[in-house]
Design a protein around this ligand. Sequence first.
Ligand code: ADP
Length: 240
Amino acid sequence: MIAVRELTKLYGHTPALDRLSFEVRPGVVTGFLGPNGAGKSTTLRILLGLHRPTSGEALIGGRPYRRIRRPLHEVGAVLDADAAHPGRTARHHLDCLARTNGIGRARVAAVLAEVGLAAVADKRVGGFSLGMRQRLGIAGALLGDPGVIVLDEPVNGLDAAGIRWIRSTLRSLAAQGRTVLLSSHLMSEVALTADRVLILGRGRLLDEISVADLPVRGATLEDVYLRLTGEAAEFRAVPR
Ligand code: ADP
């Protein structure tokens, strides 16, 4: 379970996050949706202990990331598909991660099979397609069998088969009772993958929507998203 409370992040005097609060529950896929610059990556980076908030808190299982003793066992994250060194093989990359986290080699073989990379496990990551690198990122996130999975823009640049694979993988991880949070600026993707959507604009939570409720409210997610974020978008005149 993820809890973000009154989270504020200032870069200089500009707020990237402005007293942002939300919760992410287990058992469903939650989409974190907002236009570019809305503050999604900043939130995820604070949640994962990579940035410090100006004020407020972001908790995983009731604790900030830096207080989690065995982080890989509690939260698996993919922030960047290119986190693995291109000169390493997929197996070597995961072995290194596993060793530094006290995880056995059998688990490396298991996650390679789970993400469909067993046949190319001993090939160098430099020769992998974006879809294969995304799968490797997810394998790394699953190594410690964590209850919380966080992905930043996982479908960016993926082909249709890759997108379908990510979608079904995230749904099955949620069905196993895990907490799954994925960020995206693509409303169509989020509508197909997530059960619940948090809509962010200018560092604030604009709305929280259950995808199943949308037809009842007579609107598509796209309608709701554009209505909400249209007001939050900034248009600047380009000087001539
Ligand atoms: P998103 O992930 O939704 O696209 P970000 O979290 O990357 O949004 O950015 C939120 C805001 O914070 C943007 O206005 C961005 O320009 C600004 N920002 C992000 N990182 C930095 C940084 N390191 N220094 C200054 N401003 C930043």
